[in-house]
Ligand binder design. Structure first.
Ligand SMILES: CC(C)(COP(=O)(O)OP(=O)(O)OC[C@H]1O[C@@H](n2cnc3c(N)ncnc32)[C@H](O)[C@@H]1OP(=O)(O)O)[C@@H](O)C(=O)NCCC(=O)NCCS
Length: 177
């Protein structure tokens, strides 16, 4: 599809985008799990509206990214952070830089919201380009089994992970869908 000439707008999700976001997650992931997760998080009290972000091209919602608050916990205490999950671009709009634009805009918004750490469980070949590094090497653990290379973390402020160790505590919604 030739849509390269249409202007790309990255912005916070609005109430009217909910249906389109649900549809695009279903299409990109070829299933319902991620769209259900987004719908469940949107209803949760910890949801940060400005961190559910859409990409709009030619008036159509073609991409979405969501960041949700999580905790990094160990015996010494708890550190707030954000989880990037999920993100998706409509198949016919992939490989045009839309995902990159969503991540970069999203990370700026995370920084402006005062968060210093973002974690992701995702494609090991994709997220390092934004500065994500293996989280296991930083002393972080997941509460479930996953290959070492798919669990990554990013410091939004230099040294944010210094002295921070522990297991990610995801909100209930992440476990139920
Ligand atoms: C991953 C995704 C969001 C990227 O969006 P996009 O708009 O195509 O991304 P960009 O155009 O900014 O970047 C394209 C790059 O992503 C890479 N990429 C896409 N899917 C990938 C995957 N599964 N694993 C690793 N890299 C991937 C492409 O190879 C390309 O790399 P290059 O720049 O080195 O050529 C999109 O492919 C998608 O929605 N996939 C299905 C849902 C999904 O897997 N979401 C992410 C869950 S972690």
């Amino acid at each position: 599809m030739d849509n390269a000439g249409e202007t790309l707008v990255i912005r916070a999700e609005a109430a009217g985008d909910v249906h389109a976001v649900r549809k695009l997650n279903k299409k990109a992931f070829k299933g319902n799990s991620e769209s259900k997760l987004v719908d469940a998080i949107r209803e949760a009290d910890y949801f940060i509206p400005g961190l559910s972000i859409v990409a709009e091209k030619g008036g159509k919602i073609v991409g979405h990214i969501l960041f949700s608050p999580i905790k990094i916990k160990d015996a010494a205490g708890s550190t707030p952070a954000l989880s990037l999950a999920p993100m998706a671009v409509l198949p016919e709009y992939q490989n045009q830089g839309i995902g990159t634009a969503l991540v970069k805009y999203g990370l700026d918004e995370c920084r402006k919201s005062g968060y210093k750490i973002v974690v992701v469980v995702g494609h090991a070949g994709y997220y390092p380009r934004f500065g994500f590094v293996k989280a296991g090497g930083k002393g972080l653990k997941l509460p479930f089994e996953a290959p070492d290379e798919v669990f990554m973390a990013l410091e939004l402020a230099p040294g944010a992970l210094d002295g921070v160790k522990g297991t990610i505590e995801y909100p209930r919604e992440f476990h139920t869908v």
